[in-house]
Design a protein around this ligand. Structure first.
Ligand code: SAM
Length: 159
């Protein structure tokens, strides 16, 4: 599969997963944590789907399109494993993690620190949507929406 086809499949799965999760969040209070603001496309999508919901976005540096920059108090720059740890206990309804690189060494390291971090950020019943598989005793696998291929995106419920 070409990298272009792979990219299209990834962002389609991402959009479908985020739309699905936004419906699940309707009755669940708490902020959204966006790990990997990047260009801001998924931030922009979440902001549109979840009007009024606080979204705190993290990245090592600001690279988002000007239409997709969060207000200063909701933009946290630096290494996520250090910056987001300061928000443990915030009671997030959703953690969206879009920080996989497809470099096995880096992703293996991320898969080590991301699961406990995500669990610490979420309220009970909160959801993680992640491009990387996560393994943690407080995170239960949630079914993906119909049509999203397994292993393309991962969903978990905070027990
Ligand atoms: C794939 S991009 C995110 C794309 C974004 N969700 C969008 O829709 O535009 C991943 C982003 O995560 C950031 N990132 C990855 N690992 C990180 C880390 N450990 N700490 C801080 N930022 C990280 C990168 O700088 C990059 O901007």
């Amino acid at each position: 599969m070409s990298r272009l086809d792979s990219f299209i499949r990834r962002v389609t799965a991402q959009r479908d997963v985020l739309d699905h999760v936004c419906t699940l969040l309707a009755a669940l209070p708490g902020p959204v944590i966006e790990l990997g603001l990047g260009n801001g496309r998924t931030f922009h999508h979440l902001r549109e789907k979840l009007p009024g919901r606080r979204i705190i976005a993290f990245d090592r540096k600001l690279g988002a399109h000007e239409s997709s920059v969060p207000p200063g108090e909701d933009l946290v720059l630096g290494e996520i494993n250090e910056t987001a740890a300061r928000f443990a206990g915030i009671g997030a309804a959703l953690v969206h993690a879009d920080i996989e690189t497809n470099y096995p060494d880096i992703d293996a390291e991320t898969a080590r620190w991301l699961p406990p971090l995500a669990a610490s950020l979420l309220r009970e019943g909160g959801i993680v949507a992640s491009g990387l598989a996560l393994s943690h005793p407080e995170l239960a696998v949630l079914e993906l929406p119909a049509g999203v291929p397994h292993e393309r995106y991962f969903l978990y419920l905070r027990k």
